[in-house]
Design a protein around this ligand. Structure first.
Ligand SMILES: Cc1cc2nc3c(=O)[nH]c(=O)nc-3n(C[C@H](O)[C@H](O)[C@H](O)COP(=O)(O)OP(=O)(O)OC[C@H]3O[C@@H](n4cnc5c(N)ncnc54)[C@H](O)[C@@H]3O)c2cc1C
Length: 509
């Protein structure tokens, strides 16, 4: 609002005496925010900006035909099964909080069954408690029978070993080997890192993949003691919760993007699919965003950009905007993988123990991990029991295949992938019939590898991007590949954007 002497403007003067009128300012144009990438990072970022900055006009641009990225659900023998993420961390708040915010609170569920098995020394054995594969209880490790006794006998010597020195960061494999021996890396660490990152222990960063353990090791020279401390909740981040470690969503975690989009649209946010961002240009104080759509090329204008695409796509878009960040993002390795969901008649599957199993690479199997979806989630069990039109009661299992550097395992057609997966499952758990249905989902360049030096690299990326102005980045390439961590990075990016918008508002208001 602007207070003027109306006489001087010569407007509406009806008396001889000058009078004061309040003249409304022309409405200030809202700040245009373009979120590039409609995976859960982009959707969560748009959601957080829409909540924190009233004066924002937000558009999400997604290349593919549907938002959600790695979160997707489809049916196998009539039963919905996630194609990507099937559980979210509940020990940290972000994913569960987002689900609650978008009206999925009644559909948040927890696993019915805990405890995975490990394919070790020729058969499935109970997985002993670990922190990212580092044992936390030597008695339980002995009882599990996953390591030969001669290896277990050596482990207590670690308590008295001098500190292992490393500069800033070290690979999980090298560090654990130096403390506990190669057998622990190959048998326990590899399958866990393979499950989370589809990555390998000798490349992945201790600091980035197990930050709580890394922090504890700054003061505790014993890895076994540090792992035990961390497993009891020591070094837990602020905001971490007690209670179940993982949560799911009835109907599949793949429902989350749709619920976020519905919430965004109710709040005036535009979500455009089949809209691929081809280049970004900084012009004075705004952005020109060149997009390809089914109807041809368009130029969009924005004051703020949130980049929420996988690292190589981000690298391409930043190549002339911020070459140092583009370089760092382009250097990140990615692992490709596939998920294979199979439906079996339940009378053909031997009784299952626990929620699934992990397989160390040294076992030479196709499958690197499998979960017994219909044992783990009650909603899947119900659907599998009552799948109308289907053949009656089913067991649903979901296997994942492919680690970084093992792409050739994926270079076979779907039937061969299913046959190899079925072969591993049949041998592991005992299955006497072929699957009645299956679904193969291939995820190319799916998971960024947090290699040694990752934390420093991400700091560098953020510092370089901060110099550009009107630009933020979020997503799985930065602070964690799990859905909750990805949403955390989105909320961080959104906060920076909302703060800038609100400060501008306050400055002109
Ligand atoms: C098989 C599998 C299983 C997983 N299981 C779990 C799990 O159980 N629990 C868990 O917490 N995490 C899991 N994860 C990891 C987690 O799902 C992902 O890290 C997370 O979903 C990544 O989200 P994102 O938004 O950063 O990236 P993405 O989901 O990759 O989204 C990026 C989006 O950007 C779009 N895009 C790319 N380029 C452009 C462009 N130029 N213009 C416009 N749009 C563009 C893409 O189409 C995509 O939709 C799993 C991952 C995979 C692959």
């Amino acid at each position: 609002m602007e207070l003027v002497n109306a006489d001087r403007r010569g407007a509406g003067v009806t008396s001889d005496r000058p009078s004061l009128h309040i003249v409304p300012e022309p409405p200030r144009a809202p700040t245009r925010v373009c979120v590039i990438g409609g995976g859960i990072a982009g959707l969560a970022a748009a959601h957080a900006v829409s909540r924190a900055a009233e004066d924002a006009e937000i558009t999400v641009l997604e290349e593919s035909s549907a938002p959600g990225g790695k979160l997707r659900v489809s049916r196998v023998a009539g039963v919905p099964v996630d194609e990507g993420a099937e559980a979210v961390q509940a020990a940290r708040p972000e994913a569960v909080a987002l689900a609650r915010d978008v009206a999925l609170d009644r559909d948040i569920v927890y696993p019915e069954i805990f405890g995975a098995s490990l394919w070790s020394r020729g058969k499935l054995r109970g997985m002993p408690p670990t922190v990212m594969g580092v044992p936390t209880d030597l008695r339980a490790l002995t009882a599990a029978g996953v390591l030969p006794m001669r290896e277990i006998m050596k482990l207590p010597l670690e308590y008295r070993k001098p500190r292992t020195r490393f500069d800033n960061d070290v690979s999980v494999g090298a560090f654990v080997e130096s403390r506990l021996g190669r057998e622990v890396v190959d048998t326990l660490v590899e399958p866990v890192l393979g499950g989370v990152y589809a990555g390998r222990a000798d490349a992945l960063s201790l600091q980035a993949t197990v930050p709580a353990l890394f922090r504890e090791l700054q003061s505790n020279r014993s890895l076994l003691k540090a792992a035990e401390f961390t497993s009891r909740g020591g070094g837990r981040r602020a905001g971490a919760r007690q209670g179940p470690v993982f949560a799911g969503i009835r109907g599949g975690v793949g429902r989350l993007p749709g619920a976020v989009v519905a919430d965004l649209e109710r709040n005036g946010v535009t979500v455009r699919t089949r809209t691929a961002v081809r280049s970004l240009h900084r012009v004075d104080d705004h952005w020109r965003v060149i997009v390809n759509t089914p109807n041809g090329q368009e130029v969009l204008l924005a004051e703020e950009i949130i980049l929420a695409v996988p690292p190589h796509a981000a690298s391409d878009l930043l190549s002339h905007i911020c070459p140092p960040a583009a370089n760092d993002l382009g250097l990140m390795s990615m692992s490709s993988m596939a998920t294979v969901a199979l439906a079996y008649p339940s009378d053909s599957v031997a009784p299952l123990t626990g929620s699934g199993f992990l397989v160390p690479p040294k076992e030479g199997r196709t499958v690197k991990a499998a979960n017994y979806a219909s044992s783990k989630w009650d909603w899947i069990a119900r659907e599998a029991r009552t799948n109308r039109g289907g053949p009656g009661s089913l067991v649903i299992m979901r296997a994942s295949i492919g680690r970084v550097g093992e792409e050739e395992a994926l270079n076979v057609d779907d039937r061969d992938l299913v046959a190899a997966t079925h072969g591993d499952l049949a041998e592991a758990v005992g299955v006497s019939a072929s699957p009645i249905d299956y679904r193969v989902t291939r995820w190319h360049n799916a998971i960024p590898q947090y290699e040694v030096g990752h934390v420093t690299r991400v700091e560098r990326i953020r510092n370089n991007i901060a110099n550009v102005g009107g630009l933020e980045i979020c997503g799985a390439a930065l602070d964690g590949v799990g859905v909750a961590a990805v949403i955390g990075s989105a909320r961080f990016a959104a906060r920076q954007v909302a703060n800038r918008i609100n400060q501008q508002m306050a400055a002109v208001g």
